[in-house]
Design a protein. Structure first.
Length: 518
């Protein structure tokens, strides 16, 4: 799906939704969102060991992952519920530390003896080791034994960590994760102005604050209102099968698995493929894949995307709806060469990840320029007024249901003769939703707004079609933007579409409370 600007993106999304909206409806079976869940330190006791991870085609894939040897000192964000850290997970636990903290990670090697040594690299930090045995890139943990890595979290940002031992095999098997350093200083701009208004708007609708901090870096340009971490990777099941077959060998380090030719069949967001990635964090059906990919936002919020390329391929990930403004790569804030107060990161159409590289970027969406009243707040179920600020948005009252509406489009109906109570008389005649699709594949609305059920059943019907009963539109009211790899084979699971590296960004109306408890 290509889009060159926000306006086109909206129309593309409308076209896209015709066949795909039912998929969205089927998938959104509960309130399952994500912040940036992880474990807090500054001391971590990790293990590397095998387990099976699950994919949507029903396969169980033998993998290796980092996990916790015992309960971690805490989970973050503090408000997240149901946090777990099992003894093996893919990706490994997200390590969340504060800038300036001395960090200690003790890794115990519980991989099969035949796998030999293992280790962790922490690129971007000056690491001191104790224990273990000498390896090519760092000290390694021999089978059954520990090694300890210590470093100071000197600079903020998102970075990857991964095995420094036989990386072609061990990273492929799942030995990777992310570390986030929360900045020590939060610029005043991040807790005032639009950011405090956005926070007040969230609070007035009963939404908690699930950020790790108000800024990603010690810079006024790095403020944000909501955040998500996405780690992209892929797996070749042949490699995993051969590693499993040889895992019972009793000789030390004698595993002999060819990592070429490389033919991956699974393409994952945080270790899960679509649709599994849209289930909740810590969902019990994924005991070794605790993190999801299910971004939400309200118009006007700045959403921090922490994007990490794991695995060994590049992934041209496309965030539909708008470009992503890059803040930093590998924890290095990109500043103007002539004005260090200005950020100079590019606006990217696809945030293409390089293996091991992390990108911090800001995604922003307001609905400006759509040319219709985006949630029908002008003449729909809810009647609201829109008073433009100097930028054209309704920001005077954070508790308003149409806070941050683009006022120029206020009261502009989209459809000529819509079902339901949204305003009519617009320029568009959408196909009759009753003939657009049937049953579970019923579409019905270009957005899943508060009127969607009425629109779906028409003015006289009372029973919503299949798919809207279990997924009442009153529970979800947003524009769905497909966020996916632009290497289109990567949006398959074992060559079947849809699947793989794909999720939906939901831009929700204020009626819809974004609950990121887990
Ligand atoms: Cu696309």
């Amino acid at each position: 799906m290509r889009a060159t600007n926000m306006k086109n993106t909206n129309s593309m999304t409308r076209l896209f939704l015709a066949p795909m909206v039912a998929v969205v409806l089927l998938l959104l079976t509960g309130t399952a969102f994500a912040a940036t869940p992880g474990i807090t330190g500054p001391s971590f006791n990790l293990t590397a060991q095998p387990a099976f991870i699950t994919q949507p085609d029903g396969s169980l894939v033998y993998s290796w992952g980092y996990g916790c040897t015992s309960a971690p000192s805490g989970f973050a964000p503090a408000s997240i519920a149901g946090g777990t850290c099992s003894n093996m997970q893919v990706p490994g636990p997200t390590l969340i530390v504060q800038q300036g903290q001395p960090v200690s990670v003790t890794l115990t090697n519980n991989l099969p003896v035949s796998a030999g040594n293992t280790s962790i690299l922490f690129p971007g930090f000056i690491v001191t080791t104790s224990g273990g045995v000498a390896g090519l890139l760092t000290q390694e943990a021999a089978p059954g034994n520990p090694v300890t890595y210590t470093f100071t979290a000197t600079t903020p940002g998102t970075r990857s960590y991964y095995s420094g031992t036989q990386g072609d095999l061990q990273v492929e098997m799942g030995l990777y994760g992310a570390i986030i350093v929360v900045p020590s200083g939060i610029p005043a701009a991040c807790t005032s102005g639009v950011h405090s208004s956005n926070e007040a708007a969230q609070a007035s609708h009963g939404e908690g604050n699930f950020r790790l901090a108000a800024a990603a870096y010690n810079h006024a340009g790095a403020c944000y209102d909501r955040e998500y971490l996405f780690q992209f990777s892929e797996m070749d099941p042949r490699i995993h099968r051969e590693a499993e077959e040889q895992s019972t060998r009793t000789c030390t380090g004698c595993l002999n698995v060819a990592t070429e030719p490389y033919v991956p069949a699974y393409f994952m967001v945080n270790g899960r493929s679509m649709p599994d990635d849209m289930d909740g964090n810590y969902a019990p059906q994924y005991p070794h894949q605790p993190y999801n990919g299910n971004p939400h936002m309200h118009p006007g919020e700045l959403v921090l995307l922490r994007i990490v390329g794991q695995g060994r391929w590049q992934h041209p990930f496309h965030e539909h709806g708008n470009h992503v403004r890059v803040l930093a790569r590998d924890g290095n804030l990109i500043l103007s060469a002539t004005d260090p107060n200005s950020l100079a990161g590019p606006l990217l159409f696809t945030t293409t990840t390089t293996p091991g590289q992390a990108i911090d970027g800001i995604f922003y969406w307001t609905g400006k320029g759509m040319n219709w009243d985006e949630y029908g707040h002008g003449a729909g179920v809810t009647t609201a007024t829109c008073t433009p600020d100097e930028n054209g948005y309704n920001t005077g009252s954070p508790s308003a249901i149409n806070y941050f509406e683009w006022c120029q489009d206020h009261n502009k109906p989209m459809q000529a003769a819509p079902f339901g109570s949204v305003g009519g008389g617009g320029p568009v005649t959408l196909p009759d939703p009753n003939i657009l699709a049937n049953g579970a594949w019923y579409g019905g609305s270009p957005y899943l707004g508060p009127d969607a059920t009425i629109r779906a059943v028409g003015s006289t019907g009372t029973t919503p079609p299949s798919g809207t009963v279990a997924n009442s539109p009153t529970d979800e009211a947003g524009f769905a933007f497909m966020w996916h790899s632009h290497n289109e084979r990567e949006i398959t699971t074992n060559n079947v579409f849809p699947g793989g590296m794909l999720m939906m960004m939901m831009v929700d109306s204020r009626e819809f409370v974004i609950d990121e408890t887990n």
